[in-house]
Structures are given as structure tokens and as C-alpha cells.
Write a protein of this length. Structure first.
Length: 365
């Protein structure tokens, strides 16, 4: 079997905005989501689907795949995943060990594992050694609203949809306290700070929020590579820490050795795909760190995260970004059920291929 084509497809999905406050990202209104899909075709008719990190910078990741990574894959055996991905990693060293080059490699790797599962006739999580799982608990990863009333409404909406774990992307005290008030004392609550503070500021904020019984405080400092500073926050702030959505395997080792993390959050569409995710999981187990993957995606990146979580020996949560759409190429496969859980696809590979008609309607040309 040989790879005969690698195609990139950008999909833009307008969000359903519920309420008067428009969520924001990087200071700008967030009204739609971009997804960068990668289709890998073989000469035997088996197609794999992958996803590279695409929010806001999909054009950079797409260019790497179209001009460098994709051509390297044509003619190669897609079932020899370690050999192909290893060659890609070495060939991409000059382009950097993070950023769009690794996002591109992640997309290819996910597609290769999709192909492997389809050839084997097994869902990916079973191919990875997981036992039979029908659904996984998810947490609602809310967008940033800044307004306490909007946060309260979003939390109540999430609880009404069956979620029993909530994460907010807030960086000031009032909306965080509004989230706890809306959730009540028994619902696990996490706070993603998106690198808003320095070390001393993060310690002060963690102490001020200590009475809220947070599960974790996520990505609290800039630069995120300050592993020693993150370890200080974990020791002195009184709140468990989580980080890693932008980290590579070597970064995770450094964080584990520094004692920076209570929870590790590798992102399958950034870290190098399923292959590297498995290595991070194994390393985390050695250090006694719990893995809760970052999965703010709506395509193969999300599905691959679900399968990786389903393959873990101990149950952990799936992150479901709190964005809804009138239509998306993967239908209900990316949506929570009425119990706030994600159904684990049971078809071969990732278990779901995109709907061609929806893909065509939402495609960015």
C-alpha cells in the first residue's frame, strides 16, 4: 500500500451565539471556528483523515503540509507509521520542533492511525489496546466572556446539557466566582488562565481563589516555558496546576522533572499526533502525573483525543470546547449526549468520516 495523495481542507463553522455577550479570543470576537482537515489517500482505496492545529493560524499549518510534508508522504507506506513519522520528524528539524511544522506532522500522524484502524477493522482505541468503552465523561470548556452574568448563564446552560465538570477561560476574580456560584459547591470547576500572569501574580490569584476548591489552575503564566515558576505556583499557590497544550515530548519531561504539573494536557493536533501522545502518556505514568488531553477541536483532532482517552487504563475527562454549530462535517460524533458524555465511535479507525456535502458547504476556498 502506498500514499498517492495528501489534501488539505479548511472548514469554517459559524457558531451559534447564545446570549447578548459575544465570546472573545485573543481580544477579538469569536463567532466561528476554523478546522484544518487533512485527507490522506492510498492506492488501495483506504483514506485517512487528520487534523492539524488550525485556530487563527491554519494558513501556516496548511502551507507546511501543502509544500513540504505532503510531498514527503507520497509514495510511502502508510502502515509503517513509525518509519514515516520518524523520517518526517528528522526532515523537519530545520523548520523547528514546535509550531506549524509539528502541527502539520500531527495531522499526518492522525490520518495514518485512521488508516491503520480501518485496515485492521478496529476502532482506534481498541487498536491501541483499550478495553470496550461506549462513552466518556466530558467537561464543558467555556469560552471567555469576562462578564460575570454571561459566565453564570454559560455554566447553567452547560449543567442543563448534562455536564458535571466545568472549565472557564477567565482571568479576573469576579467571573470565576460567578462560575462557582452558578455551578454550586459540588461541581468540579477548573480555570484556564491562558498565560495571563507572572509567577508572583499567579500565586496571589491562586491564594485568593483557594476557597473555590478548584480542580486546577491552567496555563497561569507567561512564558509557559518557565517550568520552575509553574512549580512554585503549584507549591505555594494552594491549587493544583495543569498545562501542556503547546508542549512537545521534551517539554513534558522537563515539566515532570521540575514538579510543575498535577495534570498534563498534551494536544494531539499539536504534539505530533497519536504517536507522540502515547509517549507523553507513558512518561506521565512514570512520574505519577494525570493526563487530561487538550482537545479544543471539532474534527479528527477531537476524535483522536477521544480514542486516546478511551485507550487509557484509568478514566479521565474529555475536553469539549463549548461551541455549537448549525452544522458540522462530523455531526453528533463531536457533540455531548444528554449525560454530558462523549460517545466513543465504534467504527474502524477514528470511526467517523466527514460528510462530503457538509464539507463542501463549509469549505474555505
Amino acid at each position: 500500500m502506498k500514499i498517492v495523495g495528501v489534501e488539505t481542507i479548511v472548514v469554517n463553522m459559524p457558531m451559534i451565539i447564545d446570549g447578548p455577550v459575544v465570546p472573545r479570543m485573543a481580544g477579538a470576537p469569536r463567532t466561528s471556528m476554523d478546522t484544518l482537515l487533512v485527507r490522506v489517500d492510498t492506492d488501495e482505496g483506504v483514506t485517512g483523515w487528520g487534523e492539524g492545529f488550525g485556530h487563527r493560524i491554519f494558513s501556516a499549518t496548511k502551507a507546511v503540509i501543502d509544500t513540504i510534508v505532503g510531498p514527503m508522504c507520497v509514495g510511502r507506506d502508510p502502515t509503517a507509521i513509525n518509519a514515516l513519522v520518524g523520517d518526517l520528524q528528522r526532515n523537519l528539524v530545520g523548520a523547528g520542533r514546535n509550531g506549524p511544522a509539528m502541527f502539520a506532522l500531527s495531522a499526518i500522524d492522525i490520518a495514518l492511525w485512521d488508516i491503520a484502524g480501518k485496515i485492521a477493522g478496529l476502532p482506534l482505541y481498541r487498536l491501541l489496546g483499550g478495553s470496550l468503552r461506549r462513552e466518556l465523561p466530558a467537561y464543558a470548556s467555556l469560552l471567555r466572556y469576562a462578564d460575570p452574568a454571561a459566565v453564570e448563564m454559560a455554566v447553567e446552560r452547560s449543567l442543563g446539557r448534562g455536564y458535571r465538570h466545568i472549565k472557564v477561560h477567565e482571568i479576573t476574580e469576579a467571573p470565576i466566582r460567578a462560575a462557582r456560584a452558578a455551578a454550586g459547591p459540588d461541581v468540579p470547576l477548573m480555570v484556564d488562565c491562558t498565560r495571563a500572569w507572572d509567577v508572583e501574580g499567579a500565586i496571589r490569584m491562586a491564594r485568593r481563589l483557594a476557597d473555590l476548591d478548584l480542580v486546577w489552575i491552567e496555563e497561569p503564566i507567561y512564558p509557559p516555558e518557565d517550568h520552575g515558576g509553574l512549580a512554585r505556583i503549584r507549591r505555594e499557590g494552594g491549587v493544583p496546576t495543569a498545562a501542556g497544550e503547546n508542549a512537545m515530548l521534551a517539554d513534558f519531561r522537563a515539566m515532570f522533572e521540575a514538579g510543575s504539573l498535577t495534570y498534563a494536557q498534551p494536544s494531539v493536533a499539536k504534539v505530533g499526533g497519536v504517536s507522540q501522545m502515547l509517549k507523553v502518556n507513558a512518561l506521565a505514568e512514570q512520574f505519577g502525573v494525570t493526563v487530561v488531553p487538550h482537545s479544543a477541536y471539532f474534527g479528527p483532532g477531537f476524535l483522536a483525543s477521544v480514542h486516546c482517552v478511551a485507550a487509557m487504563p484509568a478514566e479521565t475527562l474529555v475536553e469539549r470546547y463549548d461551541a455549537d454549530f448549525d452544522e458540522n462535517p462530523f455531526g453528533d460524533a463531536i457533540n455531548p449526549n444528554s449525560r454530558g458524555c462523549i460517545t466513543v465511535p465504534q467504527g474502524p479507525g477514528l470511526g467517523v468520516d466527514p460528510d462530503p456535502a457538509v464539507l463542501e458547504r463549509l469549505r474555505v476556498r
